[in-house]
Design a protein. Structure first.
Length: 207
């Protein structure tokens, strides 16, 4: 009972833009964790692996081909992104929250949902980036390639500038910066080449 109350209380933290996709109508709390319900249940029921990667969802090829998801499906994906990895840990312990979280990032990107960009930009804030995992950084960089929106320029520059041991997500970020024609593109590439010319050099060919 305590978990159910906590789940509903945290639903108010999602924000007014996500009123139709709060925790209480996307998940039902049970003894072993959270079971998806409503629009999220329909999306995940298409293919079990869909919960792990949006590429496994039956909707993925259609969405990537230019047919957008319905607004309620986008609401659900945006809610998953906005709750974040840590939020899921509180709401749905042991349910593999990071996979739903990552699936949602890719789903918003494929949908070309520029009106949902703010939730992705929040993850790429310079203060937040060091706290997210390597997979999330890669998915964000790839999402900004798909969305191709100038508002992502500062986030892409922050991704490129982030000091990490594995820069595998940086080529996508450099490519997106170049395609946007962002003023930060050239200095970002120069810094990337100084960091790891072997792995990042090919991405700088776009400049």
């Amino acid at each position: 009972m305590r978990r159910r109350v906590l789940l509903c209380a945290l639903g108010g933290l999602v924000g007014p833009g996500l009123a139709s996709a709060t925790p209480s109508n996307l998940f039902e709390v049970g003894p072993s964790g959270c079971a998806p319900r409503g629009v999220l249940a329909k999306l995940l029921a298409e293919e079990p692996a869909c919960a792990l990667d949006f590429d496994a969802c039956r909707a993925a090829p259609v969405v990537a081909g230019g047919t957008p998801l319905a607004s309620e499906e986008l609401d659900a994906l945006e809610a998953l992104v906005s709750w974040g990895d840590g939020g899921f840990t509180v709401r749905c312990v042991a349910d593999g929250p990071r996979f739903l979280f990552q699936m949602a990032i890719k789903g918003l990107a494929y949908s070309g949902a520029k009106d949902r960009l703010a939730s992705l930009l929040a993850l790429a804030d310079p203060a937040a980036l060091p706290k997210v995992g390597e997979n999330v950084r890669r998915l964000l960089a790839e999402a900004f390639v798909w969305l191709d929106d100038p508002r992502a320029g500062p986030a892409l520059a922050a991704l490129v500038a982030l000091p990490v041991g594995n820069p595998d997500f940086k080529p996508a970020a450099l490519f997106a910066l170049a395609r946007l024609g962002d003023a930060a593109a050239v200095p970002a590439c120069e810094a990337a080449l100084a960091e790891d010319a072997e792995r990042l050099g090919a991405a700088c060919a776009h400049y």
